[in-house]
Design a protein around this ligand. Sequence first.
Ligand SMILES: NC(=O)c1ccc[n+]([C@@H]2O[C@H](COP(=O)([O-])OP(=O)(O)OC[C@H]3O[C@@H](n4cnc5c(N)ncnc54)[C@H](O)[C@@H]3O)[C@@H](O)[C@H]2O)c1
Length: 504
Amino acid sequence: MTALDLSSPVAVVGTGTMGQGIAQVALVAGHRVRLYDAVPGRAGEAAAAIGARLDRLVEKDRLSGAERDAARARLLPAETLAELADCSLVVEAVLERLDVKQQLFRELEDVVGDDCLLATNTSSLSVTAVGGALRNAGRFVGLHFFNPAPLLPLVEVVSGFATDVTSATRAYETARAWGKTPVACADTPGFIVNRIARPFYAEAFAVLEAQAADPATIDAVLRESGGFRMGAFELTDLIGQDVNESVTRSVWESFFQDVRFTPSLAQRRLVESGRLGRKSGQGWYDYADDAERSEPHTAERAQPPAYVVAEGDLGPASELLALIREAGIGVREDDEDHGTRLVLPGGGQLALADGQTSVEFRDVVYFDLALDYRKATRIALSASQDTSHGTLAEAIGLFQALGKDVSVIGDVPGMIVARTVARIVDLAHDAVAKGVATEEDIDTAMRLGVNYPLGPFEWSRRLGRSWAYDLLDDLHMRDSSGRYAPSLALYRHAYASEKREGTP
Ligand SMILES: NC(=O)c1ccc[n+]([C@@H]2O[C@H](COP(=O)([O-])OP(=O)(O)OC[C@H]3O[C@@H](n4cnc5c(N)ncnc54)[C@H](O)[C@@H]3O)[C@@H](O)[C@H]2O)c1
């Protein structure tokens, strides 16, 4: 099954933000594109706006003047749905309402030919439900573009229960022919990206709600330690708190209020008060011209320890030992011990965040997971009220000697990056087990759709098979809600490795 032929006209129905972007993509790929919108005159306005964007591409030398003129000539606003009769693909990008979309597709089915592929760009409705209105739902598919569609490469190609394989394949190949990177996924709430990305926001908000750190500190740790392009607070301010919360609520409600997707009370308050982010001038941060910039907590300089004793294997943080040596600090390795800690000269211990809290051990400081300890410019530490000042100072001094800024946060199990990554990894394993998508497509979707520095499976492989499971299992024991309960899929993943690695 091949992509749609370039001689086949494509229609875009609903010419707002997404419709215009999708139309531009199909147009630049070489199709004739018909635009239709329910509001009279809007399709014409959309055509003019797309034309202006093509002008800018010419100015930037990304399109020749001749290509622009040819593309403009291929762009045809329509006044009635009947004018879409000769199209081979219709992509719908109207209001996000099931009844509106179903009604539109019922009408479209009477207009277009039997072999016309019908697609919805819905982000939160079920593709199966929207297609349920059709006599022939086999030709109906989800084509979920990301905003701005001309720039973002990812397209989730969603198969509803009734979608036939040839339609899904044709939609997939067409998206690829348009220069996009398609991923195939099943019709489940949030598809791939909006499902697996939920913990990125939720865990940051949970750490704030636990009074363990402020937004600027959590954002800085996610960026500088976790390797994420933006922190959860600044990113949701950019997206719009109302938009981000509505995606979270929709996924949560669609999963019958599964606790793993519970929305945040702190974000609810923000939305209720109209603090929607950049667009309203205030969200988690204040965007007024005279507003003071929020700075992350950064510890004062402290004396580094003369040496550390490494007990056992530091797992995903083992690179630290080389960095400590390079900083001129002695490392004594104690292979006899099976712990996973660094012992400081004062007798206190330093351990990688593992889902337990510092209050459970005598004189311990936890440090957060980093994507790459060499490149990280900031590390978060957490201590309890029982941790001695001396141990915390030695821990701060140690990471500062490695060239890192240090943020001291409250005693939350799993800290910031560690709990976030563990939950993303868990949801990714769970999604594969539930037939949502392949590991490879999930990694691609999370890297391209939300700019993650690594796909969840790439991350999972780096962390070691049981790391995420063990951390979540510990968190689950300390949080009775079930929010952190690791999935059966993650348990199987961790357990299978034990069997393979543990038996001769
Ligand atoms: N905005 C995003 O970031 C984004 C990303 C991915 C998917 N989506 C999805 O894309 C769809 C459109 O979103 P948008 O942000 O472009 O919305 P928008 O409000 O910018 O545009 C919607 C357009 O649809 C028109 N419309 C409404 N009902 C219609 C009907 N029955 N027939 C024809 N036209 C109709 C409106 O007049 C309007 O021009 C939604 O399903 C949304 O969930 C949005």
